[in-house]
Design a protein around this ligand. Structure first.
Ligand SMILES: Cc1cc2nc3c(=O)[nH]c(=O)nc-3n(C[C@H](O)[C@H](O)[C@H](O)COP(=O)(O)O)c2cc1C
Length: 322
């Protein structure tokens, strides 16, 4: 049993979390992760309206009795979604765990605290982790440069970011970005984290609601097959390398602005990739860890495998040192 401060704080069996994933974090995946003893997360903004989010939460409840959470990602946007209404829906639906990401959780803390909701704030720097601790989150998810999605602009990989966080933070925290197997979980624990958060690895499972072609591409791809887009806009995102992300990188490297790539990066095009399996239809998110992903297991099999491997690795290390 890998019991940690994190598993105790959130009432889960294994220190493994499935982070929010746009278009992927739906009820079936979140519930499967929670059923397997981890902590699954529904992604609020994947649902077109707050009312749809409430239905999705109900759907997850019909699939598992175990705790699961909802991810609320608040990023700068030209046409922002009604964040306050999504937050209200989360509270009214009786959700008890929220993963915040994208900006400071501070504006939401009062409401979440008043309703007994435990917040995991995902961020990419020690300074942001400390700020989240100050405003009262229960735990932090620290996302290294390896991660899928938004790694921030500091470019600090997990091997330094995790122990640097352990040195400064008092509350429990999980390590995120680049995790996909038991060696990773063992390493995270050894580096001082209380568990791991995974995105890409869970996207490549039987229960993940994305097209089979996407999963097969992840299995086939290596750690070299991602692109960092929006670097010049200081809004970096790590995405799959394909014809579209190559073009975006080239346009921006040649002095282009957001307006020049807006159509290429449209969310609707990324959604088409996941729904129809057309890998060059748009931008889609995945991390470096795809170089360590070689199969498409069920979530239960994956979680079990990761825990068993981590226990085995940690035992061997312990035997070596005594
Ligand atoms: C397809 C996909 C979509 C994602 N969308 C979001 C999102 O909407 N909000 C968020 O906070 N993180 C998002 N992430 C990031 C994950 O929650 C997690 O932090 C990241 O995947 C960790 O890195 P890993 O892929 O190496 O495990 C996404 C990741 C993937 C793979």
């Amino acid at each position: 049993m890998l019991s940690t401060r994190f598993t105790e704080a959130f009432g889960i069996e294994h220190p493994i979390v499935q982070g929010g994933m746009m278009w992927v974090g739906r009820a079936e995946l979140a519930a499967a992760v929670s059923e397997a003893g981890g902590l699954g997360m529904i992604t609020a903004l994947t649902q077109p309206t707050p009312a749809d989010l409430v239905q999705e939460i109900e759907r997850a409840r019909s699939l598992t009795d175990k705790p699961f959470g909802v991810n609320l990602t608040i990023l700068p946007s030209i046409n922002p979604p009604p964040y306050d209404e999504y937050r209200r829906a989360i509270v009214d639906a009786g959700v008890t765990i929220v993963e915040t990401a994208g900006s400071s959780p501070e504006p939401h803390m009062e409401m979440f605290r008043d309703h007994g909701i435990k917040v995991i704030h995902k961020c990419t720097s020690v300074r942001h982790a400390l700020k989240a601790e100050r405003v009262g989150v229960t735990a932090v998810s620290i996302d290294g440069f390896e991660c899928a999605g938004h790694p921030g602009e500091d470019d600090v990989p997990g091997l330094v970011l995790i122990p640097a966080t352990a040195d400064r933070l008092s509350i429990p925290f999980i390590a995120s970005g680049g995790f996909g197997d038991g060696r990773g979980l063992a390493a995270a624990l050894v580096l001082g984290a209380d568990g791991i958060n995974m995105g890409s690895r869970f996207m490549c499972t039987v229960e993940s609601p994305v097209a089979q072609a996407v999963k097969e591409r992840i299995v086939e791809a290596t750690e070299l097959d991602t692109n960092l887009i929006f670097r010049s806009l200081r809004n970096t995102a790590r995405v799959a390398k394909n014809a579209v992300s190559d073009e975006v990188v080239e346009i921006l490297a040649n002095g282009g602005e957001f307006a020049d790539v807006r159509e290429l990066v449209a969310g609707a095009r990324g959604r088409t990739v996941f729904e129809q399996g057309d890998l060059d239809a748009g931008i889609w998110t995945v991390g470096l860890v795809q170089g360590l992903i070689h199969d498409i297991p069920t979530v239960d099999e994956l979680v079990r495998r990761i825990v068993e491997e981590a226990e085995r690795v940690l035992q061997v290390k312990t035997l070596l040192t005594v």
